[in-house]
Ligand binder design. Structure first.
Ligand code: NOJ
Ligand code: MG
Length: 579
């Protein structure tokens, strides 16, 4: 090679390396990691009371490391009478006894730090607890705390009986107003009676809740998942002569149902978005101090237009991860590949170009993937969640394909189930099935607890569906999951572009590519077998190598298939690499 040529090639290499280096530097810790949601009550019980706890989590941080996840979001661990299992917080600055002590939490933080696992807490700003000091003080007439909540006069009906101020409904059924004799007024609770809404039109509440954020950031948490954000503000009643107006009827004929009225005055108010941006400013104060990005994920089951507003507006930044719930709300095991593509494209279409997507297939409020789709699709859904562009979020147990537990009416504890007052149809509302204890092994209570009775019964089938069995089985959901998490580290998945196709009504495929690296993921949503032609994707030709396959697939790693005629068995999912 002549010296000119050599200089040319050296330059090409340097530019190539620089380009890669720059691309990598652009990504922050949260952009490449996997977030793992722990529902603390159900993860691991360390003290034998049948309830998961902080020391239980600490003891299993190594499991998170084994999975390859870099951050865990814990559902609420704060003081609570547990009417909504921790989402009714009576002291935002303290730990619930049955979960442990502040020392246990600090220990969890330091052990997690050792393992380079970030801890994210649940911030529940919309409501407190009717058993909090704040609420008790309010009832005693302490003005400061009275103004922490949303109060309204009742109205007299034709018989002279006092009725709630208006037709607002609780998410958990019936009126969203509860009367308190002590003050002769009704308070607003958009969720259970034990969850009085906080009054964000009071600057003291705004400051108090920022202090809650600061308190936990000072302890060392790396961010928050923000609960029920769409409900934060109610309409300004001064615009309606000082009285909260009725919401319009939807036509739903069950007056107790949340869907009885259209929530134009209690959800998605403009002020809510502004508050998110204000919290982000608090997060960024911390980043300015030590350089570590504190991440915010917002929980709102909203239209894509509204969801995107949580990212920020104009020069104001908001949440890095407004949760993308399409895999929960828009599709299920009956959806066609076309519907799957349409749903997955939604967030990508609406999101601002400079923001990242995120993918969530499950959480403690929705039936499990194996139950909503099917047990055969567990790997396929994990492939989608972990290999699409953006951040992946996994609800504990989805990595082993846990199924919903059956919880009898007698054992039902979730207010969403109990409030149906319906021993038959409660199953459609109860969230207990997806909250059953985590399945570690085939021992008593699936290795979750030594107790004689656990807070929810362990789901049937744990003897064979558990971490230990799957760890020791080559073809297991757990091993597929771990392999997917590793594969995410490849350039094509970190930085690569994305294109998807419904190859027919049952088979969905997407391509990820970066420079010369090309991967295709194929998921067959049905039990019918197909031969598919993947050359519809650009640059997908010739030999493809199987990198990861779903557990029922006979194709082992390294198997070569032909791009123009890939046989896809029923419910088979494959990650293929162009040779
Ligand atoms: C959403 C939480 O995920 C859910 O579990 C809770 O019941 C409501 N918000 C109220 O806090
Ligand atoms: Mg315990």
């Amino acid at each position: 090679m002549g010296s000119n040529m050599r200089t040319y090639w050296i330059l090409v290499c340097i530019v190539g390396l620089l380009a890669q280096g720059i691309a990598q530097e652009e990504l922050d810790w949260w952009e490449t990691t996997v977030f793992y949601q722990i529902y603390p009550r159900s993860f691991k019980d360390s003290d034998g009371d049948g309830i998961g706890d902080l020391n239980g989590i600490t003891s299993q941080l190594k499991y998170l490391k084994e999975l390859g996840v870099g951050a865990t979001w814990l559902s609420p661990i704060f003081k609570s009478p547990m009417y909504d299992f921790g989402y009714d917080i009576s002291d935002f600055y303290d730990i619930q006894d049955e979960y442990g002590t502040m020392e246990d939490f600090e220990n969890l933080l330091s052990e997690a730090k050792e393992l380079d696992i970030k801890i994210i807490l649940d911030f529940v700003p919309n409501h407190g607890s009717n058993e909090s000091v704040w609420f008790e003080e309010a009832l005693r007439g302490h003005e400061k705390y009275y103004d922490y909540f949303v109060w309204e006069d009742g109205v007299e009906d034709e018989n002279g009986n006092l009725q709630p101020p208006n037709n607002w409904r609780s998410v958990f059924r019936k009126s969203a107003w509860e009367y308190r004799e002590e003050v002769g007024k009704y308070y607003l609770h958009q969720f259970v009676i034990g969850q009085p809404d906080l009054n964000y039109r009071n600057p003291d509440v705004v400051e108090e809740m920022k202090n809650v954020i600061r308190f936990w950031l000072d302890k060392g948490v790396a961010g928050f998942r923000v609960d029920a954000i769409a409900h934060l503000f109610e309409v300004d009643k001064e615009l309606f002569d000082g009285k909260y107006p009725d919401e319009p009827l939807t036509g739903n004929d069950d007056p107790d149902s949340y869907d009885y009225v259209d929530h134009i005055y209690t959800k998605d108010q403009d002020e809510t978005f502004d508050m998110v941006y204000q919290w982000r400013e608090v997060f960024d104060e911390y980043k300015a101090k030590d350089g570590l990005t504190r991440v915010m994920m917002t929980e709102a089951y909203s239209s894509p237009q509204l969801t995107m507003r949580y990212f920020g507006e104009g020069d104001r930044e908001g949440a890095q991860m407004p949760f993308n719930f399409v895999l929960i709300s828009d599709v299920n095991g009956k959806s066609s590949a076309h519907e799957i593509k349409y749903a997955l494209d939604k967030f990508m279409t609406f999101k601002p170009v400079d923001k990242l997507a995120n993918w969530v297939a499950g959480n403690h409020d929705n039936n499990r993937v194996a139950s909503r789709f099917s047990p055969e699709l567990v790997d396929g859904i994990n492939m989608i969640v972990l290999l699409l562009p953006g951040v992946a979020v996994t609800y504990m147990g989805e990595e082993i394909g846990m199924v919903d537990g059956f919880i009898s009416w007698e054992d039902t504890v979730d207010p969403s189930g109990c409030n149906t007052d319906d021993p038959i149809n409660y199953v459609y509302s109860s969230r207990d099935p997806e909250r059953t204890p985590f399945q570690w092994n085939a021992d008593k209570n699936a290795g979750f607890s030594d107790a004689n009775k656990t807070w929810l019964p362990v789901a049937d089938g744990y003897e064979t569906l558990n971490v230990e069995v799957q760890r020791n089985t080559d073809q297991s959901h757990l091993n597929v999951y771990k392999a997917l998490v590793q594969l995410r580290g490849q350039q094509a998945f970190r930085h690569g572009r994305y294109e998807s196709l419904a190859l027919n009504s049952d088979v969905f495929a997407f391509k990820r590519w970066y420079n010369s690296e090309n991967y295709v993921v194929v998921v067959n949503f049905r039990s019918q077998e197909y031969t598919v032609d993947l050359t519809y994707f650009d640059n997908v030709i010739g030999d493809l190598e199987v990198v990861i396959s779903s557990i029922q697939s006979p194709k082992t790693e390294g198997t070569i298939v032909q791009a123009d005629r890939v046989e896809v068995l029923g419910s088979e999912s494959l990650v293929l690499k162009v040779k």
